[in-house]
Design a protein around this ligand. Structure first.
Ligand code: CIR
Length: 253
């Protein structure tokens, strides 16, 4: 169970965030409104939410998930693998220290984006992506081991981050699309196939028994409801314009 979350408000400069999508630039006012809705959804799941201010120097700073990994045993400051975002971690380090007296660190030449790390109980799957390299993954596995946890790497082909394509929603259920449907390492899970046209919704987010689903993906919504979860639809269309999904917008612990 999670009790807390850290989020960071979108900044005006969000219009200059990194993207591979062709959905246009995010609208700042609408992004603010949608972010408020997201925070409300986290609160409905029972979380106490710390809201940090956005940083105009970092257009993508709203996507806090990439800056850290918080496990039940330790908190790790990540080392985001794109230069444009790496400095976001400084503010997150300060915020994390309010909750965790001792932090662990991924250091260069190791790089890890939190979006590449998926927690499944005591095990952590680490996507090797354009943002997360082998050295970063090795450092992470070493830190996890020291805390009685395990980690293993997953090769990625076409997605930005591991959790762009696959997300664990507890009780052995895993949302997946595309390259993740046939990955041997996920064969032991109950794979819930997200149709290609709704692939964005593979990044739905389990929090304390409920599942947050992006608004506008009816097939995914019914797949998740069918396996028995209470769902909360959240409109994150402005963040989708920057390749960001539901998990990217918070650190949960
Ligand atoms: C980026 O390219 O870094 C941002 N525009 C999107 C980050 C999405 N984060 C995530 O999947 N964890």
């Amino acid at each position: 169970m999670f009790t807390k979350a850290i989020v960071r408000k979108p900044c005006k400069n969000i219009i200059n965030g990194i993207t591979s999508a062709s959905l246009g630039k995010p609208d700042y006012q609408n992004a603010l409104k949608q972010h408020d809705g997201y925070v409300e959804a986290l609160k409905r799941c029972g979380l106490q939410v710390t809201v940090l201010n956005g940083d105009e120097n970092y257009p993508d700073s709203v996507f806090v998930e990439d800056t850290a990994l918080i496990t039940p045993k330790c908190a790790i400051l990540a080392n985001p693998g794109t230069e444009k975002r790496n400095g976001e971690k400084a503010e997150i380090e300060i915020a994390l220290k309010n909750f965790f007296p001792e932090l662990q660190y991924i250091v260069s030449p190791g790089f890890v984006d939190g979006g590449d790390v998926m927690m499944v109980g005591d095990h952590f799957y680490i996507g090797l992506s354009k943002r997360t390299n082998k050295e970063g993954a090795n450092q992470l596995v070493t830190i996890l081991k020291r805390h009685g946890l395990t980690g293993s790497t997953v090769a990625l082909k076409s997605v930005l981050h591991l959790k762009t394509g696959v997300n664990y929603i507890e009780k052995d259920n895993m949302l997946a699309f595309g390259e993740f449907l046939t990955k041997q390492e996920f064969g032991k899970f109950n794979i819930l196939e997200i149709p290609q046209e709704e692939s964005y919704a593979a990044n739905s987010l389990w929090i304390n028994g409920k599942v947050l689903v992006p608004k506008g993906f009816p097939k995914t919504l019914s797949i998740i409801k069918r396996v028995g979860y209470e769902t909360i639809e959240v409109d994150v269309s402005e963040f989708r314009k920057l390749d960001g999904g539901l998990s990217c917008l918070s650190l949960r612990f």
